[in-house]
Ligand binder design. Structure first.
Ligand code: PEP
Ligand code: MG
Length: 315
């Protein structure tokens, strides 16, 4: 019965009462982009650009980057493509931007912090993104990783706008940015929650340590509280907040996220049909009450169990 329902749902994501929740793909390499573009997705919610930079001795040139970005944008035609600027540093060191060893790489000079120390790398990337945007006329949106403060968001937004790029956002994956979302969102056009890092920093648990998986569970009510805070900041400004961490691909959790006010979910394309089905079986008000119940739980297990119990029996 479920298999029938899965293939029966198509097109844009929405709740049963037609509230839209865009279903987007996470992509990395150009091959992923081409594969994802053939799927029933509304665009890209997270284009990780690291692959262009890692494991090489020199920085990629403007021309090289422009070529890749143009190909990705072309693959998606008029569908939106959210590009994340370089998220390197720490455990993903760049041979051509060695900033020296660090005691705590996850808390170090990574993401936007690296871009601030090497603005030449960011400017080259933005130049290439702007050229690709001009060449294709695509719906391109550019966001920064690891933003912690409103000042950092403002710094990034100014640079992106200087290049004539039309839409700028930030990833919210640092707890302070979630709590201060109202001020962060004042500086940008949109935000996307990186629940993988947000869980790591909220629960103080290294995401690379398998034995800490229970703490990193995206159903942790503490993480859901931060998602709610981030959404509240977006609501104040009428600006969209999405999710692009692994949490977005869990159909039951997707209901909770929609109920908290998230307006797009970006995931591995293979997960989209199940999430689309889950949304189509619930009204937004039901999602909101599921979200409230999940936040009221005292543990991740309890949050998951209460939502599984109350959600549509086909899920
Ligand atoms: C995240 O942190 O949730 C995220 C989407 O980015 P990455 O996994 O690339 O750090
Ligand atoms: Mg991250």
């Amino acid at each position: 019965r479920r298999a029938v329902a899965l293939s029966a749902t198509k097109g844009p994501g929405m709740t049963s009462d037609q509230h839209p929740v865009a279903l987007l793909a996470n992509i990395g390499r150009l091959e992923d982009a081409v594969r994802a573009a053939a799927e029933d997705v509304e665009g890209v919610g997270l284009f990780r650009t690291e692959f262009l930079f890692l494991e090489r001795d020199t920085a990629p040139t403007v021309e090289e980057q422009t070529q890749t970005y143009t190909a990705v944008l072309e693959a998606f035609g008029s569908r939106r493509v959210v590009v994340r600027t370089l998220d390197a540093g720490a455990d993903k060191p760049l041979a051509f931007a060695d900033l020296g060893p660090e005691e705590n790489p996850a808390l170090g000079r990574r993401g936007l912090r690296m871009s601030a120390l090497r603005p030449d790398l960011l400017d080259t990337q933005l130049q290439a993104l702007a050229a690709a945007a001009r060449a294709t006329g695509a719906d391109i949106r550019v966001m920064a990783p690891m933003v912690a403060t409103a000042d950092e968001a403002a710094w990034f937004a100014r640079r992106v706008r200087e290049h004539g790029l039309p839409s700028v956002g930030v990833m919210i994956e640092v707890p302070a940015a979630a709590l201060r979302s109202r001020h962060v969102m004042a500086e940008v056009d949109f935000a996307s929650l990186g629940t993988n890092d947000l869980a790591q920093y909220a629960l103080a648990a290294d995401r690379l340590q398998g034995e800490l998986a229970d703490l990193l569970d995206p159903w942790q009510p503490g993480l859901l509280d931060l998602v709610a805070a981030a959404c509240e900041g977006g609501r104040v400004h009428g600006k969209p907040v999405g999710v692009c961490g692994e949490a977005a691909g869990d159909p039951l959790l997707a209901l909770v996220l929609a109920g908290l006010g998230v307006s797009s979910l970006s995931m591995a394309p293979s997960r989209v049909p199940a999430v689309r089905l889950a949304l189509s079986l619930h009204e937004l008000a039901v999602c909101a009450s599921l979200a409230e119940r999940a936040r009221g739980a005292r543990s991740a297990e309890e949050a998951r169990a209460v939502v599984a119990e109350l959600a549509h029996p086909d899920l």
